[in-house]
Design a protein. Structure first.
Length: 287
C-alpha cells in the first residue's frame, strides 16, 4: 500500500500548531508540568497500542512531539496502514519530560481519531469482500480536519471521493430542485455542468430508475444511486453498462455492505467511515 506523505500537506502542520496553541493558551503554559516536572528532566516514553486496529497518524503524532521540542529523539516503530495489536510500540520518544507531557494529549487525539477511522474502514473493506468495488469516504468530516481523516481512510484500504466542492461536480437532489424549478431538465444539468467545468468529472444523484434513464442521455461520468435496494441497484448497473460508473450510497452499514457490493456497482460510499468511527485506544507510557 502506497500512502501519501501526510506531512507534505501544508495544512497538516498548521493544524498541529493550532491544536497545541489551543492546549497551551496565550501564555503557552502547561501549569501542571511546569509546577511538578523540573525543566531539565530527561525521560523516555512509548506510544503504545491498547487494542487491535489499523494504524493511521503515527507520523502525525511524531510531528506533534517535534513541534513541541525539535530536540526530542523520536523513532517510529510501526507504519501507517499496518495492523497493530495490544502492546505494540508505535513511537519511542526520549528527551525532555516536560515536552513529552505537553505533546501527549494532542498527539494521542490525532492518532487515536485517525486509527479509529482506518480501523473502521478496514472492517468495511473486509466485509464487502469484493476487490473490484471501491469503498469511498464522503465530505462528512470534522471541519478543518478533512486531510487527516481522508488520509486515515486510505490507511484502512478505502478510497477518497472528492476532497471538497471544488474538485468534482456532484449534482444532488437539492441542486436538481433549483435547476428544474427554472425549467431545466435532468440531462441538461449534466450538459451545463460539463460546459462550464470541462476538466471536472460530473456525477449526478438519482433516486429512481426513471431518473436514471433521463440522465444517461447526457452520459455523466458517474451516477450516484441513492438509497436503492440491491435488486434495483442491479437493474441500474445494467442500464449504466458502457455509459458511466456507478456509486451506491445511503443506508450502508456493516450488515448491508456485502450485499450491496455484490450488485455490480463500481463503488459504495460510506459516511460512517468518518462521522461515526470510534477513536482507537492508544496511550503514552513512560518507561
Amino acid at each position: 500500500m502506497k500512502l501519501p506523505d501526510i506531512l507534505s500537506f501544508p495544512e497538516v502542520k498548521l493544524r498541529i500548531r493550532e491544536a497545541l496553541a489551543e492546549d497551551l493558551g496565550s501564555k503557552k503554559l502547561d501549569a501542571t508540568s511546569f509546577a511538578l516536572v523540573p525543566k531539565g528532566e530527561i525521560a523516555k516514553a512509548h506510544l503504545v497500542a491498547r487494542e487491535k486496529g489499523v494504524l493511521a497518524g503515527g507520523s502525525v503524532a511524531a510531528e506533534v512531539f517535534r513541534q513541541v521540542d525539535s530536540s526530542l529523539k523520536i523513532v517510529q516503530k510501526k507504519k501507517d496502514g499496518f495492523v497493530i495489536k495490544p502492546g505494540d510500540v508505535v513511537l519511542s520518544i526520549s528527551g525532555s519530560a516536560r515536552a513529552m507531557l505537553i505533546a501527549e494529549r494532542t498527539a494521542l487525539n490525532f492518532v487515536q481519531r485517525m486509527t479509529g477511522i482506518a480501523t473502521m474502514t478496514r472492517r468495511y473493506v473486509e466485509e464487502a469482500d469484493n476487490p473490484d468495488v471501491l469503498i469511498l469516504d464522503t465530505r462528512k468530516t470534522t471541519p478543518t480536519l478533512r486531510t487527516f481523516e481522508k488520509y486515515a481512510v486510505v490507511c484502512g484500504g478505502g478510497t477518497n471521493h472528492r476532497y471538497g466542492l471544488f474538485d468534482r461536480v456532484l449534482i444532488k437532489d437539492n441542486h436538481l430542485a433549483h435547476w428544474t424549478r427554472n425549467g431545466g431538465t435532468l440531462a441538461g444539468s449534466i450538459t451545463e455542468s460539463r460546459k462550464k467545468y470541462p476538466n471536472l468529472l460530473v456525477e449526478v444523484e438519482v433516486d429512481t430508475v426513471e431518473q436514471l434513464k433521463e440522465v444517461l442521455v447526457a452520459k455523466p461520468d458517474w451516477v450516484l444511486l441513492d438509497n436503492m435496494p440491491p435488486p434495483k441497484l442491479r437493474k441500474c448497473v445494467k442500464l449504466c453498462a458502457g455509459i458511466c460508473k456507478t456509486e451506491a450510497s445511503g443506508g450502508v452499514n456493516l450488515k448491508t455492505i456485502r450485499e450491496i457490493a455484490k450488485t455490480g456497482v463500481d463503488a459504495v460510499s460510506v459516511g460512517a467511515l468518518t462521522h461515526s468511527s470510534p477513536s482507537a485506544d492508544l496511550a503514552l507510557d513512560f518507561v
